[in-house]
Design a protein around this ligand. Structure first.
Ligand code: NAP
Ligand code: GLV
Length: 306
Protein backbone atom coordinates (compact mmCIF):
# COMPACT_ATOMS: atom_id res chain seq x y z
CA UNK A 1 0.00 0.00 0.00
CA UNK A 2 1.24 3.51 -0.68
CA UNK A 3 0.91 7.24 -0.10
CA UNK A 4 1.03 9.54 -3.13
CA UNK A 5 2.47 13.04 -2.78
CA UNK A 6 0.58 15.15 -5.33
CA UNK A 7 2.22 18.54 -4.93
CA UNK A 8 3.32 19.83 -8.34
CA UNK A 9 6.18 22.34 -8.66
CA UNK A 10 7.69 21.67 -5.25
CA UNK A 11 10.79 19.70 -4.30
CA UNK A 12 9.46 16.77 -2.29
CA UNK A 13 12.58 14.84 -1.25
CA UNK A 14 12.46 16.07 2.34
CA UNK A 15 8.74 15.30 2.78
CA UNK A 16 9.19 11.90 1.16
CA UNK A 17 12.20 11.09 3.37
CA UNK A 18 10.57 12.19 6.61
CA UNK A 19 7.28 10.38 5.87
CA UNK A 20 9.22 7.25 4.96
CA UNK A 21 11.00 7.46 8.36
CA UNK A 22 7.65 7.82 10.11
CA UNK A 23 5.99 5.00 8.10
CA UNK A 24 8.75 2.51 7.20
CA UNK A 25 6.29 -0.16 5.97
CA UNK A 26 4.55 2.15 3.48
CA UNK A 27 5.73 3.17 0.02
CA UNK A 28 5.86 6.99 -0.28
CA UNK A 29 5.60 7.96 -3.93
CA UNK A 30 5.79 11.23 -5.81
CA UNK A 31 2.99 11.67 -8.34
CA UNK A 32 2.86 11.12 -11.29
CA UNK A 33 5.51 8.35 -10.93
CA UNK A 34 3.28 5.80 -9.19
CA UNK A 35 4.26 2.13 -9.02
CA UNK A 36 0.60 1.02 -9.07
CA UNK A 37 -2.20 3.63 -8.75
CA UNK A 38 -4.48 0.92 -7.30
CA UNK A 39 -2.16 0.64 -4.27
CA UNK A 40 -2.51 4.29 -3.28
CA UNK A 41 -4.64 4.59 -0.12
CA UNK A 42 -3.81 8.13 0.94
CA UNK A 43 -2.85 11.27 -0.98
CA UNK A 44 -1.06 14.37 0.29
CA UNK A 45 -2.29 17.09 -2.03
CA UNK A 46 -1.69 20.74 -2.89
CA UNK A 47 -3.04 22.44 -6.04
CA UNK A 48 -3.53 19.13 -7.80
CA UNK A 49 -4.27 19.03 -11.53
CA UNK A 50 -8.01 18.43 -11.73
CA UNK A 51 -8.96 14.81 -12.30
CA UNK A 52 -5.69 13.31 -11.09
CA UNK A 53 -7.28 11.69 -8.02
CA UNK A 54 -9.83 9.75 -10.05
CA UNK A 55 -7.52 6.96 -11.12
CA UNK A 56 -6.69 6.18 -7.46
CA UNK A 57 -9.48 3.65 -7.02
CA UNK A 58 -8.53 2.58 -3.49
CA UNK A 59 -7.96 6.07 -2.09
CA UNK A 60 -9.39 6.36 1.45
CA UNK A 61 -8.67 9.97 2.40
CA UNK A 62 -7.06 13.20 1.18
CA UNK A 63 -4.61 15.23 3.24
CA UNK A 64 -4.31 18.86 2.18
CA UNK A 65 -0.68 20.00 2.49
CA UNK A 66 -1.75 23.47 3.64
CA UNK A 67 -4.37 25.17 5.78
CA UNK A 68 -6.64 26.34 2.94
CA UNK A 69 -8.47 23.65 0.97
CA UNK A 70 -10.02 25.84 -1.74
CA UNK A 71 -7.77 24.54 -4.53
CA UNK A 72 -8.58 20.91 -3.65
CA UNK A 73 -12.32 21.56 -3.48
CA UNK A 74 -12.31 23.42 -6.80
CA UNK A 75 -11.73 20.11 -8.66
CA UNK A 76 -15.15 19.22 -10.15
CA UNK A 77 -14.13 15.55 -10.29
CA UNK A 78 -13.00 15.35 -6.67
CA UNK A 79 -13.84 11.92 -5.17
CA UNK A 80 -16.23 11.93 -2.21
CA UNK A 81 -13.70 11.18 0.57
CA UNK A 82 -12.74 12.62 3.95
CA UNK A 83 -10.32 15.56 3.67
CA UNK A 84 -8.07 16.93 6.37
CA UNK A 85 -5.96 20.07 6.41
CA UNK A 86 -2.89 21.36 8.23
CA UNK A 87 -3.30 22.97 11.61
CA UNK A 88 0.15 23.52 13.08
CA UNK A 89 1.54 25.84 15.79
CA UNK A 90 4.61 26.42 13.55
CA UNK A 91 2.34 27.64 10.72
CA UNK A 92 0.53 29.95 13.14
CA UNK A 93 3.87 31.27 14.48
CA UNK A 94 5.04 31.94 10.92
CA UNK A 95 1.86 33.91 10.16
CA UNK A 96 2.25 35.96 13.35
CA UNK A 97 5.90 36.63 12.48
CA UNK A 98 5.00 37.85 8.99
CA UNK A 99 2.21 40.09 10.30
CA UNK A 100 4.49 41.51 13.02
CA UNK A 101 6.90 42.50 10.24
CA UNK A 102 4.16 44.09 8.13
CA UNK A 103 2.77 46.01 11.11
CA UNK A 104 6.28 47.36 11.89
CA UNK A 105 6.74 48.32 8.22
CA UNK A 106 3.63 50.50 8.28
CA UNK A 107 4.00 51.77 11.85
CA UNK A 108 7.58 52.93 11.20
CA UNK A 109 6.44 54.44 7.86
CA UNK A 110 9.02 52.39 5.95
CA UNK A 111 6.71 52.52 2.90
CA UNK A 112 7.02 56.33 2.86
CA UNK A 113 10.78 56.37 3.61
CA UNK A 114 11.37 53.87 0.81
CA UNK A 115 9.61 56.21 -1.66
CA UNK A 116 11.55 59.20 -0.29
CA UNK A 117 14.86 57.38 -0.69
CA UNK A 118 14.19 57.08 -4.41
CA UNK A 119 14.15 60.91 -4.54
CA UNK A 120 17.09 61.41 -2.10
CA UNK A 121 14.69 63.07 0.34
CA UNK A 122 15.62 63.42 4.05
CA UNK A 123 12.35 63.98 5.91
CA UNK A 124 12.24 62.51 9.43
CA UNK A 125 8.76 61.47 10.73
CA UNK A 126 7.52 59.84 13.92
CA UNK A 127 5.92 56.38 13.78
CA UNK A 128 2.32 56.19 12.56
CA UNK A 129 -0.34 55.72 15.22
CA UNK A 130 -2.02 52.42 14.43
CA UNK A 131 -4.14 51.32 17.35
CA UNK A 132 -7.16 49.39 16.06
CA UNK A 133 -6.92 46.12 14.15
CA UNK A 134 -9.81 44.08 12.76
CA UNK A 135 -9.24 40.46 11.81
CA UNK A 136 -11.59 38.93 9.23
CA UNK A 137 -11.82 35.23 10.13
CA UNK A 138 -11.40 34.05 13.71
CA UNK A 139 -10.40 30.44 13.09
CA UNK A 140 -7.10 28.75 13.89
CA UNK A 141 -4.98 31.56 12.44
CA UNK A 142 -7.27 34.56 12.91
CA UNK A 143 -7.94 33.94 16.61
CA UNK A 144 -4.21 33.40 17.35
CA UNK A 145 -3.26 36.55 15.41
CA UNK A 146 -5.98 38.52 17.24
CA UNK A 147 -4.79 37.46 20.69
CA UNK A 148 -1.15 38.12 19.72
CA UNK A 149 -1.87 41.73 18.71
CA UNK A 150 -4.14 42.15 21.74
CA UNK A 151 -1.17 41.23 23.95
CA UNK A 152 0.93 43.80 22.06
CA UNK A 153 -1.50 46.49 23.25
CA UNK A 154 -3.60 46.98 20.11
CA UNK A 155 -7.40 47.23 20.28
CA UNK A 156 -8.79 44.19 18.50
CA UNK A 157 -12.01 43.40 16.69
CA UNK A 158 -12.77 40.23 14.77
CA UNK A 159 -15.40 38.98 12.36
CA UNK A 160 -16.48 35.40 11.68
CA UNK A 161 -19.46 33.43 10.41
CA UNK A 162 -20.59 32.40 13.89
CA UNK A 163 -20.69 34.54 17.06
CA UNK A 164 -17.70 34.21 19.39
CA UNK A 165 -16.69 35.32 22.83
CA UNK A 166 -12.93 35.98 22.96
CA UNK A 167 -11.24 37.82 25.80
CA UNK A 168 -10.60 41.52 25.04
CA UNK A 169 -11.63 41.10 21.37
CA UNK A 170 -14.78 42.75 20.10
CA UNK A 171 -16.43 40.00 18.08
CA UNK A 172 -18.79 40.50 15.13
CA UNK A 173 -20.55 37.82 13.09
CA UNK A 174 -22.43 37.40 9.84
CA UNK A 175 -22.67 39.46 6.65
CA UNK A 176 -24.78 42.17 8.27
CA UNK A 177 -22.01 42.99 10.78
CA UNK A 178 -19.05 43.06 8.38
CA UNK A 179 -19.06 46.83 7.87
CA UNK A 180 -19.47 47.51 11.61
CA UNK A 181 -16.49 45.25 12.27
CA UNK A 182 -14.15 47.28 10.07
CA UNK A 183 -15.50 50.84 10.35
CA UNK A 184 -13.10 51.98 13.11
CA UNK A 185 -10.07 49.88 12.11
CA UNK A 186 -6.67 51.36 11.23
CA UNK A 187 -5.61 47.95 9.91
CA UNK A 188 -7.74 45.12 8.50
CA UNK A 189 -6.20 41.65 8.20
CA UNK A 190 -7.99 39.09 6.04
CA UNK A 191 -7.71 35.49 7.29
CA UNK A 192 -10.88 34.03 5.76
CA UNK A 193 -11.01 30.81 3.76
CA UNK A 194 -11.94 31.06 0.08
CA UNK A 195 -15.42 29.53 -0.31
CA UNK A 196 -18.46 30.34 -2.47
CA UNK A 197 -19.58 32.70 0.35
CA UNK A 198 -16.31 34.61 0.57
CA UNK A 199 -15.35 34.82 -3.12
CA UNK A 200 -15.38 38.53 -4.13
CA UNK A 201 -16.77 39.33 -0.66
CA UNK A 202 -14.46 42.31 -0.23
CA UNK A 203 -15.58 44.66 -2.96
CA UNK A 204 -16.62 48.26 -3.44
CA UNK A 205 -19.07 48.44 -0.51
CA UNK A 206 -16.54 46.86 1.84
CA UNK A 207 -13.75 49.29 0.92
CA UNK A 208 -16.12 52.25 1.13
CA UNK A 209 -16.95 51.23 4.72
CA UNK A 210 -13.31 51.70 5.81
CA UNK A 211 -11.88 54.66 7.67
CA UNK A 212 -9.77 57.12 5.60
CA UNK A 213 -6.15 55.96 5.44
CA UNK A 214 -6.91 52.39 6.59
CA UNK A 215 -4.40 49.67 5.72
CA UNK A 216 -5.63 46.38 4.26
CA UNK A 217 -3.56 43.18 4.58
CA UNK A 218 -4.60 40.04 2.67
CA UNK A 219 -2.86 36.83 3.75
CA UNK A 220 -5.83 34.57 2.97
CA UNK A 221 -6.71 34.12 -0.71
CA UNK A 222 -6.70 36.60 -3.59
CA UNK A 223 -10.15 35.75 -4.94
CA UNK A 224 -11.81 36.98 -1.74
CA UNK A 225 -10.99 40.51 -2.95
CA UNK A 226 -12.32 42.38 -5.97
CA UNK A 227 -9.04 43.88 -7.24
CA UNK A 228 -10.77 46.59 -9.27
CA UNK A 229 -12.54 47.81 -6.13
CA UNK A 230 -9.28 47.60 -4.15
CA UNK A 231 -7.41 49.72 -6.69
CA UNK A 232 -10.27 52.26 -6.84
CA UNK A 233 -10.23 52.52 -3.04
CA UNK A 234 -6.46 53.14 -3.11
CA UNK A 235 -6.68 55.73 -5.89
CA UNK A 236 -9.75 57.61 -4.72
CA UNK A 237 -9.98 56.71 -1.00
CA UNK A 238 -10.55 55.69 1.64
CA UNK A 239 -7.82 53.02 1.55
CA UNK A 240 -4.32 54.24 2.48
CA UNK A 241 -2.24 51.15 1.64
CA UNK A 242 -2.50 47.42 0.95
CA UNK A 243 -0.15 44.55 1.68
CA UNK A 244 -0.98 41.55 -0.50
CA UNK A 245 0.54 38.09 -0.06
CA UNK A 246 -2.08 36.23 -2.12
CA UNK A 247 -3.63 36.80 -5.55
CA UNK A 248 -6.47 35.57 -7.72
CA UNK A 249 -3.86 34.34 -10.17
CA UNK A 250 -0.48 33.20 -8.85
CA UNK A 251 2.20 34.04 -9.82
CA UNK A 252 0.74 37.54 -10.16
CA UNK A 253 0.85 38.28 -13.92
CA UNK A 254 3.47 40.92 -14.94
CA UNK A 255 0.71 43.09 -16.45
CA UNK A 256 -1.19 43.43 -13.16
CA UNK A 257 -1.50 47.10 -12.11
CA UNK A 258 -0.94 45.95 -8.52
CA UNK A 259 2.81 45.50 -9.18
CA UNK A 260 3.43 49.17 -9.91
CA UNK A 261 0.96 50.74 -7.48
CA UNK A 262 2.89 52.97 -5.03
CA UNK A 263 0.60 52.07 -2.11
CA UNK A 264 0.77 48.29 -2.60
CA UNK A 265 3.31 46.01 -0.94
CA UNK A 266 3.51 42.60 -2.62
CA UNK A 267 4.94 39.35 -1.25
CA UNK A 268 4.78 36.08 -3.24
CA UNK A 269 2.50 33.92 -1.01
CA UNK A 270 5.11 33.47 1.71
CA UNK A 271 3.35 34.57 4.88
CA UNK A 272 2.98 31.04 6.33
CA UNK A 273 4.44 28.17 4.35
CA UNK A 274 3.83 24.60 5.56
CA UNK A 275 6.83 23.37 7.54
CA UNK A 276 7.63 19.79 6.48
CA UNK A 277 9.41 18.92 9.74
CA UNK A 278 6.52 19.93 11.97
CA UNK A 279 3.63 18.46 9.93
CA UNK A 280 4.95 14.97 9.19
CA UNK A 281 3.59 13.49 12.42
CA UNK A 282 0.01 14.69 11.75
CA UNK A 283 0.16 13.42 8.17
CA UNK A 284 1.41 10.00 9.33
CA UNK A 285 -1.28 9.88 12.01
CA UNK A 286 -3.97 10.71 9.45
CA UNK A 287 -2.70 7.92 7.20
CA UNK A 288 -3.07 5.45 10.10
CA UNK A 289 -6.54 6.79 10.85
CA UNK A 290 -7.58 6.53 7.20
CA UNK A 291 -6.48 2.89 7.17
CA UNK A 292 -8.46 2.19 10.34
CA UNK A 293 -11.48 4.15 9.12
CA UNK A 294 -11.44 6.46 12.17
CA UNK A 295 -11.93 10.24 12.12
CA UNK A 296 -9.06 12.33 10.72
CA UNK A 297 -7.20 15.03 12.62
CA UNK A 298 -8.16 18.55 11.46
CA UNK A 299 -11.05 17.45 9.25
CA UNK A 300 -12.55 19.76 6.63
CA UNK A 301 -16.30 20.35 6.74
CA UNK A 302 -17.18 19.75 3.10
CA UNK A 303 -20.55 21.51 3.41
CA UNK A 304 -19.02 24.74 4.79
CA UNK A 305 -16.04 24.38 2.45
CA UNK A 306 -13.35 25.02 5.10
P1 NAP B 1 -10.16 28.28 9.78
O1 NAP B 1 -9.64 27.77 11.07
O2 NAP B 1 -11.02 27.38 8.97
O3 NAP B 1 -10.94 29.63 10.09
C1 NAP B 1 -11.74 30.28 9.16
C2 NAP B 1 -12.45 31.45 9.81
O4 NAP B 1 -13.15 32.17 8.79
C3 NAP B 1 -13.48 31.01 10.84
O5 NAP B 1 -13.47 31.89 11.94
C4 NAP B 1 -14.80 31.14 10.08
O6 NAP B 1 -15.93 31.44 10.87
C5 NAP B 1 -14.50 32.33 9.18
N1 NAP B 1 -15.39 32.32 8.02
C6 NAP B 1 -15.52 31.36 7.07
N2 NAP B 1 -16.47 31.70 6.17
C7 NAP B 1 -16.96 32.89 6.58
C8 NAP B 1 -17.97 33.75 6.08
N3 NAP B 1 -18.67 33.45 4.99
N4 NAP B 1 -18.20 34.89 6.76
C9 NAP B 1 -17.52 35.20 7.89
N5 NAP B 1 -16.54 34.42 8.42
C10 NAP B 1 -16.27 33.29 7.76
O7 NAP B 1 -8.97 28.74 8.84
P2 NAP B 1 -7.47 29.13 9.23
O8 NAP B 1 -6.67 27.91 9.51
O9 NAP B 1 -7.52 30.19 10.26
O10 NAP B 1 -6.94 29.72 7.84
C11 NAP B 1 -7.62 30.78 7.18
C12 NAP B 1 -7.14 30.89 5.74
O11 NAP B 1 -5.82 31.43 5.70
C13 NAP B 1 -6.98 29.55 5.00
O12 NAP B 1 -8.22 29.10 4.50
C14 NAP B 1 -6.00 29.90 3.90
O13 NAP B 1 -6.71 30.28 2.75
C15 NAP B 1 -5.24 31.09 4.46
N6 NAP B 1 -3.81 30.79 4.65
C16 NAP B 1 -2.89 31.49 3.94
C17 NAP B 1 -1.54 31.25 4.13
C18 NAP B 1 -0.51 32.03 3.36
O14 NAP B 1 0.66 31.63 3.33
N7 NAP B 1 -0.85 33.15 2.78
C19 NAP B 1 -1.12 30.28 5.05
C20 NAP B 1 -2.09 29.59 5.76
C21 NAP B 1 -3.44 29.86 5.57
P3 NAP B 1 -16.48 30.41 11.99
O15 NAP B 1 -15.44 30.44 13.08
O16 NAP B 1 -17.75 31.01 12.40
O17 NAP B 1 -16.59 29.07 11.33
C1 GLV C 1 -1.25 28.44 2.40
O1 GLV C 1 -1.64 29.25 1.65
C2 GLV C 1 -2.09 27.55 3.15
O2 GLV C 1 -3.31 27.58 2.95
O3 GLV C 1 -1.55 26.78 3.96
Amino acid sequence: MSIALIIPDRKLDDLQYRLQQALPQTRIEIWPELYDPAEVEFAVVWRQPHGCLNGLVNLKAIQCFGAGVDSILSDPTLPDLPISRIVDPALTAAMIGYLDGVMSYYRLQLDMFSRQQQQSLWRPKSPRKLSRITILGLGELGSAVASHFCQQGYQLAGWARSGKSLQDIQCFAGDEQLHHAVAAADVIICLLPLTPSTENLLGRDFFQALKPGAIFINVARGAIVDDTALLAALDHGPLGAACLDVFRQEPLPPASPLWQHPAVLITPHVSAVTNVATVVSQIAENYRRAQQGTGLLNPVDLVRGY
